[in-house]
Design a binder for this molecule. Structure first.
Ligand SMILES: N[C@@H](CCC(=O)OP(=O)(O)O)C(=O)O
Length: 413
């Protein structure tokens, strides 16, 4: 069977990332593993591999499996206790997957990641290289957050985000977010019978007016629809078509991929395909490094820039010290900072309003204390102020992801 890349339309082997949430792995009441569901997922992945595709599984469930093993009814409140439970569960979760995949002769690998791992370019590239090798060897990598070393501020927060970051790392064609509903609805379908399914989303930003997103995550998971939308935003920006589909029907993935790969992904799709929501991938995905700066890195501080600098960086210039007004937070060189601009308005009552506009995010060449000394200076004055000048600019344009596209847009907000 010939499969086509949803973006390029070319026949090829597709790379598919599948995210399985806790509610698809463990029973919500008993925390016992949902064996039939897991077996169906394993069969589906092996079938996708048989069809020539590469598959990465992002699996939650360590906490749920750990709770069952330790005979605990509820997730503990203390972070270190949750980490301990996950450490107990992760090994058993992998053993369960290995048992199931081994029945079908499919080797698997465990990959545990944290956001912090991605904030170091070398570690990020190492992770990408490992994925590439594993996929070339025909292995199915199974990814989870490294709960043992994650602490609140460096946590992904949820495995939906982790799956989107993984999809970007492996340049996936599809990301499937498997959940406990068929698709995204205009409201909570369990409470509102008039809630309508949303089948195709061109821009996650436009959804705000169409959807009431109140679905909380399962009792053990940390996600919910809010994190699924954030994940879809992240993955589509990296050029990955993102699908929300029902976790209890893994075989739907095969029907969806087969149907979508044989039609233009932007055209409407036959109604015989299982119901799902499809978020269309951006045509001009962000360059790998900028995407990494924007989404992989923890934001360590904020730099306020003037209007001239906003225009310059929007036109792909480096950020020079001359355009910096002030900085907040404590950071060192090579950390990521947010770039903002303070726009002053006078409202109808004659009161001055200051609007904070986010311009983007970049990797700095100077620390916060150095920037406080050189802000507003010309490049030639940096040596005089600091006693040395490592670089003529504060952020190189290749390390700068500008998210502010149209200044008019912000004026209307
Ligand atoms: N690392 C945790 C993930 C928790 C989590 O994000 O769960 P979910 O919202 O179900 O994807 C675990 O394996 O239990």
């Amino acid at each position: 069977m010939s499969h086509k890349n949803p973006r390029t339309g070319k026949s090829q082997s597709l790379t598919i990332v599948i995210k399985l949430g806790t509610s698809s792995i463990c029973d919500e009441e008993t925390n016992l593993p949902l064996l039939s569901n897991l077996s169906l997922m394993v069969e589906t992945i092996v079938k996708l591999k048989f069809l020539g595709h590469k598959v990465v599984l992002v699996s939650s469930g360590a906490i749920g499996v750990g709770l069952r093993r330790l005979d605990l009814d509820k997730k503990p409140k203390k972070l270190s206790a949750i980490q301990a439970v996950a450490a107990v569960g992760q090994g058993r979760l992998m053993r369960m997957f290995d048992d199931l995949f081994s029945q079908l002769n499919q080797p698997i690998a465990q990959i545990l990641l944290t956001r912090h791992d991605l904030s170091n370019r070398t570690r990020y590239i190492n992770a990408v290289n490992t994925f590439t090798e594993l996929l070339a060897m025909g292995v199915v990598p199974i990814v989870n957050e490294n709960d043992t070393v994650s602490v609140s501020e460096i946590k992904f927060g949820d495995n939906d985000t982790l799956s989107a970051i993984t999809a970007g790392m492996v340049n996936a064609d599809y990301l499937f977010l498997m959940t406990d509903v068929d698709c995204l609805y205009t409201d909570n379908p369990r409470e509102n019978p008039d809630a309508k399914p949303i089948k195709v989303v061109e821009d996650v930003g436009d959804l705000k007016e169409r959807v009431v997103v109140s679905t909380p995550g399962s009792s053990l998971g940390t996600g919910g629809m809010v994190t699924k939308l954030a994940a879809a935003d992240l993955a589509t920006a990296a050029g990955v078509t993102t699908i929300i589909s029902r976790g209890s029907a893994p075989k739907n993935i095969i029907s969806i991929v087969t149907s979508l790969s044989n039609v233009n992904p932007n055209s409407s799709v036959s109604s015989s395909i299982p119901i799902h929501t499809r978020f269309i991938a951006k045509d001009n995905p962000m360059m790998d490094k900028k995407w990494w700066v924007l989404h992989g890195l923890h934001t360590a501080g904020t730099i306020f820039i003037d209007e001239g600098a906003v225009k310059a960086v929007r036109h792909k210039s480096n950020l020079f010290a001359a355009g910096i007004v002030k900085c907040e937070g404590s950071f060192v060189s090579n950390q990521a900072v947010k770039l903002v601009f303070e726009k002053h308005h006078v409202n109808e009552n004659g009161k001055e309003i200051v609007e904070l506009i986010t311009v983007g995010k970049g990797l700095v060449n100077y620390s916060s204390s150095e920037i406080s000394l050189i802000k507003g200076c010309k490049s030639g004055e940096i040596g005089e102020k600091l006693g040395y000048a490592d670089c003529d600019f504060v952020i190189h344009r290749d390390n700068l992801a500008v998210t502010l596209k149209d200044p008019e847009e912000n004026e209307n907000n």
